[in-house]
Design a protein around this ligand. Structure first.
Ligand SMILES: Nc1ncnc2c1ncn2[C@@H]1O[C@H](COP(=O)(O)OP(=O)(O)OP(=O)(O)O)[C@@H](O)[C@H]1O
Ligand SMILES: [Mg+2]
Length: 253
């Protein structure tokens, strides 16, 4: 059984068919890639799966359960985490604070506990910090724990966002152009970091990327989207040698 199974997913924006009959069978433990030119519908697919927008048709099943149209917080609770093409972090909070927010959904103390800082809260907060430190070490950003996120290089900010998503304890991690704004060295490092966190957090990964090197270095299977439709899928080598894909990327020249 696939961890994530998508069938007939469709989304219109006015007269534009942004996603048209999209399907996916993503087995547990795999890293799949979703590529395609600007405006192909990649982010819309992510938004549909994670509940940020509702589909006009089709279904999304996660661990066999129908999650179609559930709101983002429910999707997150069920074990799907995503990052955003346009980085979403709190620039005026520290790295530690940004990551503690990711852990928030698993806190069990009540609001009153928070206000009075009772012992249960203190206990959980310590556990929380320990988990956050582990994640920071894993991503190699522990030295920035007390720095304001907005003051750090873009590549580090991207890792902060990934770290926050990991703290929601996902089974499926969806990365929307994680190397956007990174320099080539940071992008190279991201490849090995994604491999590492996949193993240590027992993740399945779906990644949208424009850098082919990242797709080649990570993905066992690649789908190519153009004008909302899957025009090719297969291994990296198969899709990059597919004439339809070459045409889409080179504009038919
Ligand atoms: N909320 C929205 N309202 C109207 N149109 C939208 C909305 N979101 C996306 N679109 C349109 O849907 C199409 C697909 O957009 P989407 O952002 O999914 O593409 P993408 O493949 O992620 O592109 P990019 O590589 O540039 O990120 C585009 O034509 C876009 O303008
Ligand atoms: Mg996009």
């Amino acid at each position: 059984m696939s961890l994530l199974e998508v069938r007939g997913l469709t989304k219109r924006f006015g007269g534009l068919l942004a996603v048209d009959d999209y399907r996916l069978d993503l087995p547990k433990g795999e890293i799949y890639g979703l590529i395609g030119p600007n405006g192909a519908g990649k982010t819309t697919v992510f938004n549909l799966i994670t509940g940020y927008i509702r589909p006009d048709g089709g279904s999304v099943r996660f661990e066999g359960r129908d999650i179609t149209g559930l709101p983002p917080n429910r999707v997150s609770e069920l074990g799907i985490a995503r990052t955003f093409q346009n980085l979403r972090i709190f620039r005026r909070l520290t790295v530690m604070e940004n990551l503690l927010i990711g852990r928030h959904k698993s806190y069990s103390y009540s609001l009153l506990d928070t206000v009075f800082m009772n012992s249960r809260y203190a206990g959980e907060e310590m556990d929380g910090e320990r988990e956050v430190r582990e994640v920071m070490r894993e991503l190699g950003i522990h030295e920035y724990a007390d720095r304001l996120a907005g003051e750090l290089p873009y590549g580090i900010q991207r890792l902060v966002e990934i770290g926050r998503s990991l703290l929601t304890k996902p089974k499926l991690l969806m990365l929307d152009e994680p190397t956007a704004g990174m320099n080539p060295k940071e992008a190279e490092e991201l490849i090995s970091k994604v491999r590492e966190i996949k193993e240590s957090f027992d993740l399945t990964v779906l990644i949208v990327e424009h850098r082919m090197k990242v797709i080649q270095g990570l993905c066992n299977w690649v789908q190519v989207l153009d004008h909302g439709r899957i025009i090719a899928e297969g291994t990296y080598d198969e899709v990059v040698s597919n004439p339809k894909v070459i045409e889409v990327y080179l504009g038919g020249t």
